[in-house]
Design a protein around this ligand. Structure first.
Ligand code: ATP
Ligand code: MG
Length: 320
């Protein structure tokens, strides 16, 4: 069976003056799947979404959405997609209900259908109680939910979500996650950008790690995690125990430990699935390194970058 790609980009380029925001970005998102585009501030995520959704033209390369070229068939692309941007697109002076009805009318829904669809979406995103207040009085999470509701009115084939949960509380975040899962379950292709490894892990079938405008790594969450491993970190009771603790972690993980003298911590990446926290603690005890805290946890995004790109510090833009 051949795979049909809902999003397919090759060598996408975008420059803003001296800033080379996209440097040959390749993406391939199979129809009906969720792709998590993961990257730090300035990696090029929003630029990619803007190019793929026809909001800005690429300077090079090509992209097809649902089979249509983003430059030559921009109208057909727009008809196939929904977009929720990083900043809300709803009108603050209108109520949530008015916003959704307006969007529905713009999509040429008949009056009654527009009202029913708007009410359904308000209910689904728990906005019914606030439905008749101006959207500018909504909290950040409520606005984001209203924004997502608006992008779902058209029942898009491909939905783009640019950092849908940044700054949201866990309850609002879970609602957005549930909506994404439901949409994916109904066959919508979703491309979402995020700075949270956990979010990509929770939602995505495939993750693309974007670094400096390029797809630096891609794979399923399991593949990526296996490549990244876990992060073992211990806090020692006295500075004198840092050295012995580092030696233990070095020996157990086979990777070079990172010492933080101020916080009295030693950490190291491990890709050994059989390494457990009790074993680490036992070995530290045996080495006489008094430990006051120890953890074995998934790495943070920075640690992922450090591991996969060899760079842990924020990327400085260089004029190309
Ligand atoms: N309109 C613009 N004019 C000039 N530079 C821009 C413009 N838009 C983006 N850039 C630059 O392009 C690079 C990529 O920006 P982009 O917004 O795509 O990053 P991002 O991955 O979405 O970051 P964030 O996580 O902060 O949202 C950055 O260096 C940014 O400063
Ligand atoms: Mg962005």
């Amino acid at each position: 069976m051949t795979t049909t790609y809902a999003v397919l980009s090759e060598c996408l380029e975008k420059r803003f003056g001296d800033v080379h925001a996209l440097r040959g970005l390749d993406l391939a998102v199979a129809e009906g799947t969720v792709c998590g585009v993961l990257g730090r501030n300035g990696a090029g995520k929003t630029t990619a979404v803007r190019v793929l959704t026809t909001l800005t033209a690429p300077d090079g390369g090509s992209a097809r959405i649902a089979g249509h070229d983003v430059v030559r068939e921009a109208g057909a692309v727009r008809a196939a997609i929904g977009v929720t941007g990083q900043s809300a697109s709803v009108d603050g002076e209108l109520s949530g209900r008015q916003n959704l009805r307006l969007f529905a009318r713009l999509l040429k829904y008949r009056g009654e259908v527009a009202r029913t669809r708007a009410d359904e979406l308000l209910e689904r995103f728990e906005l019914t109680d606030a439905a008749d207040r101006p959207a500018r009085t909504y909290s950040g999470g409520m606005r984001r939910r209203l924004d997502l509701a608006a992008s779902l009115l058209a029942r898009p084939q491909v939905l783009f979500l640019d950092e849908p949960t940044t700054g949201l509380d866990p309850h609002s975040r879970n609602q957005i996650w549930a909506a994404v899962r439901e949409l994916a379950g109904r066959g919508t292709t979703v491309l979402l950008t995020t700075q949270y490894l956990e979010e990509a892990d929770q939602l995505a079938d495939d993750i693309v790690l974007v670094d400096s405008g390029r797809a630096a790594h891609s794979g399923s969450p399991a593949e990526l995690k296996a490549r990244i491993g876990s992060y073992a970190e211990v806090v020692v009771a006295h500075a004198s125990a840092l050295g012995p603790a580092a030696a233990v972690l070095d020996q157990l993980t086979g990777t070079e430990p990172v010492l933080d003298h101020e916080r009295r911590t030693v950490g190291a990446v491990t890709t050994d699935p059989s390494l457990t926290l009790p074993r680490i603690v036992r070995e530290l005890d045996a080495a006489g390194a008094a430990v006051i805290d120890a953890s074995l946890r998934p790495p943070t995004l920075d640690e992922v970058f450090l591991r996969l790109t060899g760079r842990g510090t924020p990327i400085k833009e260089t004029a190309a």
